[in-house]
Write a protein that binds this ligand. Structure first.
Ligand code: PAF
Length: 281
C-alpha cells in the first residue's frame, strides 16, 4: 500500500494506474476508521481496479475549533486496517496544501447545503463540497463511495457532481448494522448497556415506516406515528424526523407517493444518533 503525503505523490501514483488502463475507486474519510468505512472500501474493490482512500480531517466542515481539535485520530490503526483490506494507495495531505495561503474558492450546493441538517450546522456542507471537489480534482477517480447513513451529504455530493458535470460515478453504500439493527457509528461506544438497548428504537421506527408505506400515509401521519413510537421509549428524545423527497430533499406534503427519505435524529443519553431509510409506497 502506497502512503502519499503530497498532491504530486498521489497524482503520480494514480497516473501509473491510468497508464495500465486501470479504473480508480475512491473512498473519502476523515480517519478513525470503523466497519462502516471498511464497507466503503469493500464496495470500492467491487467496482474499481484500484482503491484509493483519503484521510483528511477537513477543517472547513467544523463549526467550532474545539470540535476540530477533539476529532479522534489514530493513523497507525487506520493504516493497518486499510492494509488488511488490500487498499492500493492512501492520501494523507497536510491542510496547507489543500487550503493554500489566501485560498478563497468555495463550492456550494446553495439550496441543499442550507436545509435540514445544514440549518443547524451552517457552513458544514459547503466545507464538505469544497474539500470533496478539491480531492476529486486531485485524484480524478472513476467512482467515489459515500455512506447512505449521512444521507444529506450523499445527496449534496451527487448534486455537486451533476451540476459541475464531473465524470465521476457516486456510489451510495448501505449503512452497516449490528445484528440487532443498530446502525454502526463510532458514537455507539458512548452508550451504556441500557442506552444501547434504547437505541434500537431508531431502526424499529424506520421498520415501522417501511411497513406502513404501501398504505401511502400522509407525511404528517407518518411523522406523528414515528414521534409516538419514540416518545413511548424511555430515555429516547426525538430531535428530528425529516420526511423528504429522496433525491432533491424537497419537503413533501400529503400522502407519500414516490421514493421518500426518512431522516431521524434521536438523543439517547450523551449521544445524538442518526439513521435513515428510503421508503417507496
Ligand atoms: O463523511 C466524511 O467523513 C466527510 O464529510 C468527508 C466526505 C470525508 C469530507 O471531509
Amino acid at each position: 500500500m502506497q502512503v502519499c503525503h503530497t498532491v504530486a505523490d498521489i497524482r503520480a501514483q494514480v497516473a501509473g494506474y491510468r497508464k495500465s488502463g486501470e479504473s480508480v475507486a475512491l473512498v473519502p474519510t476523515m480517519g478513525f476508521l470503523h466497519d462502516g468505512h471498511m464497507s466503503l472500501v469493500r464496495k470500492a474493490h467491487e467496482v474499481g481496479d484500484r482503491v484509493v482512500v483519503w484521510i483528511f480531517v477537513n477543517p472547513t466542515q467544523f463549526e467550532k475549533a474545539d470540535d476540530l481539535a477533539a476529532y479522534p485520530r489514530d493513523l497507525d490503526r487506520d493504516l493497518a486496517m486499510l492494509r488488511a483490506e488490500g487498499v492500493d494507495a492512501v492520501f494523507i495531505p497536510e491542510a496547507d496544501e489543500i487550503y493554500p495561503e489566501g485560498a478563497e474558492t468555495i463550492v456550494e450546493t446553495t439550496r441543499m447545503a442550507n436545509m435540514l441538517h445544514g440549518l443547524v450546522r451552517p457552513g458544514h456542507f459547503r466545507g464538505v463540497t469544497t474539500v470533496v471537489a478539491k480531492f476529486f480534482n486531485i485524484i480524478q477517480p472513476d467512482f467515489a463511495m459515500f455512506g447512505e447513513k449521512d444521507y444529506q451529504q450523499l445527496q449534496v455530493i451527487k448534486r455537486m457532481v451533476r451540476d459541475l458535470i464531473m465524470p465521476i460515478e457516486i456510489i451510495g453504500v448501505p449503512t452497516v448494522r449490528e445484528p440487532d439493527g443498530l446502525a454502526m457509528s463510532s458514537r455507539n461506544v458512548r452508550l451504556n448497556a441500557e442506552q444501547r438497548q434504547t437505541a434500537l428504537i431508531l431502526s424499529r421506527a424506520l421498520d415501522h415506516a417501511e411497513a406502513v408505506a404501501p398504505s401511502k400515509p400522509t407525511v404528517t401521519a407518518l411523522q406523528n406515528q414515528i414521534a409516538s413510537l419514540i416518545a413511548a421509549e424511555p430515555g429516547a428524545d426525538l430531535e428530528g424526523c425529516d420526511i423528504v423527497e429522496a433525491e432533491s430533499l424537497n419537503a413533501i406534503s400529503g400522502p407519500i407517493s414516490g421514493p421518500t427519505a426518512i431522516m431521524l435524529s434521536v438523543q439517547i443519553g450523551p449521544v445524538l444518533l442518526i439513521d435513515q431509510r428510503v421508503i417507496t409506497p
